[in-house]
Structure formats: structure tokens, C-alpha cells
Design a protein around this ligand. Sequence first.
Ligand SMILES: Nc1ncnc2c1ncn2[C@@H]1O[C@H](COP(=O)(O)OP(=O)(O)OP(=O)(O)O)[C@@H](O)[C@H]1O
Ligand SMILES: [Mg+2]
Length: 221
Amino acid sequence: MNMLELRGVSKSYGKVLALRNVDLTVRAGELVSIVGPSGSGKSTLLQIAGTLDRPSSGTVRVAGYEISELSDGELSALRARYIGFVFQRFHLASGLSALDNVADGLLYSGLSRRQRRDRAAAALDQVGLGNRLDHRPHQLSGGQMQRVAVARAIASKPPLLLADEPTGNLDSAASAEVMSLFHRLNSTGVTVAIITHDPEVAAACPRRIRVRDGQVRAESA
Ligand SMILES: Nc1ncnc2c1ncn2[C@@H]1O[C@H](COP(=O)(O)OP(=O)(O)OP(=O)(O)O)[C@@H](O)[C@H]1O
Ligand SMILES: [Mg+2]
């Protein structure tokens, strides 16, 4: 099954053509890295693949659903069910514990408060932070903060995880921790796409997608 399918996707921001006629297929269960120079269109590609933004032209399918056929409400529901996001800046709420940061990500899941907290605790346990539930972000290391962000992304058990430079703010040990987490999730069947500038992170992924000037230029296995 194709988890992601982009056909002839272009995206312009005013005069800037950020993506040009991109074709890309990611099958369920793949672990891919997305590499390329600054400004080449990687984040734009991830945002469009993640349905956070719509393309200027071309078609995007996520888990078989053509997103142009969905209303904004249906699109939010699709995103909530299928996609988890991890960003370079962790986007954690500073006043909230690790547990609440993860549980709040489930606010629109239809789960009860109790269920959200149980799910959040399980996700934090999965990323090795079962003993840090009550810590607020400033009481955690960078790698631990990023693992909270990963826990938040996976708490709803999405089949697709999209990460934009998830190790960009981490030292090499913390970066390795987060990467081994992605590998572990991938081995349980989660499809993972990671934008990275780090050659080691890219080399650790079975498939590499190279973006240049808004185009997918080359792929290496
Ligand atoms: N909201 C926006 N409005 C206008 N131009 C934008 C917008 N977002 C991105 N761009 C432009 O689109 C191009 C692609 O940007 P994008 O953020 O996708 O690059 P990137 O490959 O992720 O770069 P980096 O590695 O620096 O994060 C850039 O030239 C950028 O200036
Ligand atoms: Mg970017």
C-alpha cells in the first residue's frame, strides 16, 4: 500500500516556486530520509505531504485518500488519525509536565481525560521516559524534550510519522537516541520520513530522497 503519493505537485508562495512538479511515492513501512540544501523545498514538501498545506497544483494522496476531495474538517480528521509530526524546535508547552504535553496532543481524539493520560503515559514509557512524567520541559535534557515530542506524535498511534530536522538541535548522543527510537517505531510498521542535514542520520535510513530547487532530484537506496 502507498502511504504517500504525490503526483505533479507544485507549490508557489507568491513568486517563489517552492516545489516544482514533484512525483513521490512512499510505501507503507518505509523509512526514508529527505535531504537537500537550505531553501530547496524540504519543509514545504513535508507540510504538503502531511496535509498541513495544500499544493498549488498536482495531487496528494495519504493512505489512499485524495486530499483535494476532502473538506478542511475531513482533512483534520485524516491528519489526526494517520499522521504524527515531529519538529526541530520541540513545540512543548513550558508550563506543562511531560505527561500533559503528550496528553494534550490527544484533546481532539474523542478519548476521555483518563484515557488520554493513560495513552500519554504509555507513549512516554515507549520513548524511555516513563520515569519523567511529571517533569516540565526545562527539567529535561534536549534529547529528552525531543523524545517527549516524539511521544506526543505517536500517542495517537499514527501509521505515518513525519519529522522535520528532529535531531537538528541535539548533540550526537541525543541524536542517536532519537534515531534509534525512529528505527524501533519503523520496525513495528510505522512509516517514517525524516528531513535531515545530518549525513549520519540520512545514512541510517534505507532510502534517501534528495530535493534540489523544489524538485526531487535523485534517490538512493
Ligand atoms: N510561507 C512562505 N512564504 C513565502 N516563501 C516561502 C514560505 N515558506 C517557504 N518559502 C520559500 O520556499 C522555499 C523552500 O522553503 P523550505 O522551507 O521548504 O526549504 P527547506 O528545504 O526546508 O530549507 P531549510 O533546510 O533551510 O529548512 C524557500 O525559498 C523559502 O524562502
Ligand atoms: Mg526546512
